[in-house]
Design a protein around this ligand. Structure first.
Ligand code: SAH
Length: 215
């Protein structure tokens, strides 16, 4: 597994693009995006394109999100170093690595065994390890580790997963794409009281679906 000056140079350009064209202003996010070698989460045939703002296929028919989407979702968390974050949909592990590089304590859940194994191995090899990785159904969250400062869902949910909102601290935020299979809206829910939430929306996206344990 190798990072190179060429890849580092491409990452610098990607960070400039995120800052200048995607309204990414958080120093924590920009630093993390510059640090994480995205190509190492992709098949080698995609390595030369890894720092373009593109999504790519990964194992189990899933997709690694666009870098701009990863940066936007990470920024919407408004996280501070040391925050405890629950991520649903580890996938390749790239978004997980960005959250770890932001200095967050990351708990991540993936329902595809192949991706769970791949991400676990890759994150270990590049030395950006989350606190805990779980193989299972993200709709249940991780009650034993709750409450969380924030929750980040990287797959499109057709219904709001209420269990995840329960596992959020008061003052915490959940960033989640919600809507039908063809298109979702990216929302941020802020927990302002134990059963009260403020809801904001951040545009249209297309994520792979959030599937239940029996799908
Ligand atoms: N952030 C990931 C994106 C992966 S795509 C990356 O950077 O690569 C979304 C992931 O959500 C897929 O890996 C999919 O298997 C997973 N997923 C879908 N439904 C899920 C569920 N109920 N629980 C956990 N993971 C789920």
């Amino acid at each position: 597994m190798q990072d190179s000056f060429l890849h580092k140079g491409h990452r610098k350009k990607l960070v400039e693009y995120l800052r200048d064209h995607c309204s990414i202003t958080s120093p924590l996010v920009l630093r993390a995006m510059e640090q994480v070698p995205r190509h190492l989460f992709l098949e080698s045939i995609f390595h030369e394109y890894a720092y373009q703002d593109r999504a790519f296929p990964i194992a189990s028919n899933q997709t690694i999100s666009h870098p701009s989407t990863v940066a936007e979702q990470s920024q919407l968390l408004e996280a501070r170093e040391g925050d405890k974050v629950l991520e649903i949909g580890t996938g390749s592990g790239y978004q997980t690595a960005v959250l770890v590089a932001m200095g967050l304590q990351v708990y991540s859940v993936e329902r595809q065994k192949e991706l769970f194994d791949f991400s676990h191995k890759t994150l270990k090899e590049i030395g950006l390890r989350p606190k805990f990785q779980s193989f299972g159904d993200g709709f249940q969250g991780l009650p034993t580790f709750a409450p969380f400062d924030s929750v980040l869902v990287t797959c499109g949910a057709q219904q709001l997963p209420s269990e995840l909102l329960k596992q959020l601290k008061v003052g915490g935020r959940m960033v989640i794409p919600l809507g039908p299979l063809q298109e979702q809206i990216l929302y941020r829910f802020t927990k302002i009281a134990p059963t009260e939430f403020e809801k904001e929306s951040f545009g249209r996206y297309r994520f792979v679906p959030m599937l239940g344990s029996t799908n």
